[in-house]
Design a protein around this ligand. Structure first.
Ligand SMILES: [Zn+2]
Length: 386
């Protein structure tokens, strides 16, 4: 039986500028911690270095969500979203974890909307959820409600067929939002995915949490296909315009830096980096070092793994800047793992990193000499601790 169907156009473009309250400016006082994350009390604004839990996570969610709702920055590419989505769907444990983090975010999102207006019917809230997906950059988001269930479709126009469902974080977000609206646990499961050959992603109500998916690691060559697609985009100069929410991209990357998974995430990031690196190195060869390193910097920027610029190709000197949420230690480590993988294809060279904190941004400079840059998270090269 067909139900009520509603479609709302995204309001993202008509929204005002984002609020002046800046997470980045609250970043002052960033302190490079020792390898053992400090457990000292820190307010949400000071962004604790270690993984965020409970109420700390919730207040940070609120700040970031408010910025997105009020029309935040669209500085992220679809490729950067896919990077986060793929890594967060790697194993069944990771999928479960990202689903639950998404759920927490969805509850916060509902609370923020609800406190502003108060809904008479739980279904009214779905329009705001649809608008939220518009604000983060997804197009053609629709919902369908039947008497006994709801489904949501998101057209991800920048799909990349990696042969796996990748949106467990979003399934959690929808579940958390609808659970809060109905005041009872509701689970949504991603049935079709734009990264698995479908034209759109479809989230359908399910009577239990989606926990029977093995994760991407069990889906053949998804990671290789993805790395191949990044390299091709970079080599052909076909990068897409950043149209996706920078803030949402950071939320996604926070899932990746969960302590329990950080080590594995870094290994996979390094693996993707080395895959991309070998394609770029074999394409540009030894004779166009300048273009090679420019393309490496483009790859880093495209994946939102820091704002990378090449200062010099001979000798190699690259600066990567991390702002706001992305200046968290866990994220910097993840990015450096990718960069380490990328540069590991430069045979016979060693790289050193120096790191500094400038006006709340975290700056990493990588130069071709000195200590080897390891292709994993425990990059222990010359770290300068502020
Ligand atoms: Zn999907």
């Amino acid at each position: 039986m067909p139900g009520k169907r509603a479609q709302r156009a995204s309001k993202a473009t008509t929204r005002g500028r984002h609020s002046k309250r800046s997470v980045a400016s609250a970043r002052k006082g960033f302190r490079r911690p020792s390898r053992k994350a400090s457990a000292g009390p820190k307010s949400a604004l000071n962004l604790p270095q270690s993984t965020l839990y409970g109420s700390q996570y919730e207040s940070l969610n609120d700040i970031v969500l408010s910025r997105i709702i009020n029309g935040g920055k669209t500085g992220a590419t679809p490729d950067a979203f896919l990077f986060g989505n793929m890594l967060s769907s790697l194993t069944s444990g990771m999928r479960r974890f990202s689903f639950r983090q998404g759920m927490q975010l969805g509850r916060s999102l509902y609370r923020l909307h609800e406190s502003g207006k108060g809904y008479e019917m739980p279904e009214e809230a779905l329009a705001d959820l649809v608008d939220f997906f518009g604000s983060i950059g997804y197009k053609q988001v629709t919902y369908t409600t039947y008497p006994d269930k709801t489904s949501i479709s998101v057209h991800n126009l920048h799909a990349d067929d990696v042969g796996a469902r990748t949106h467990s974080f979003e399934a959690g977000l929808i579940s958390g939002f609808v659970s809060a609206a109905r005041q009872t646990p509701v689970y949504f499961k991603e049935g079709l995915c734009s990264n698995n050959g479908s034209e759109f992603c479809s989230f359908v109500e399910s009577d239990h949490e989606d926990d029977d998916h093995p994760g991407i690691a069990g889906s053949g060559d998804a990671i290789e296909r993805y790395a191949g697609s990044i390299s091709e985009t970079i080599i052909t100069g076909a990068q897409k315009t950043p149209t996706m929410s920078s803030e949402y991209c950071s939320l996604l990357s926070m899932v990746l830096s969960e302590k329990e998974y950080a080590g594995n995430m870094a290994k996979i990031a390094a693996y993707i980096g080395s895959n991309v690196g070998s394609k770029l190195f074999s394409y540009y060869g030894k004779n166009s070092t300048g273009r090679l390193y420019e393309s490496a910097a483009r790859a880093i920027r495209m994946l939102n793994l820091g704002n990378a610029t090449v200062k010099s190709a001979k000798p190699f000197d690259m600066v990567i800047r991390f702002d706001g949420l992305d200046s968290r230690k866990e994220f910097v480590d993840l990015s450096l793992a990718f960069v380490g993988g990328l540069l590991s294809k430069r045979r016979g060279s060693t790289f050193a990193t120096t790191e500094r904190n400038v006006n709340g941004s975290y700056i990493v400079e990588i130069t071709e000499q000195g200590l080897p840059l390891k292709a994993n998270a425990s990059t222990t090269a010359t770290r300068q601790r502020a």
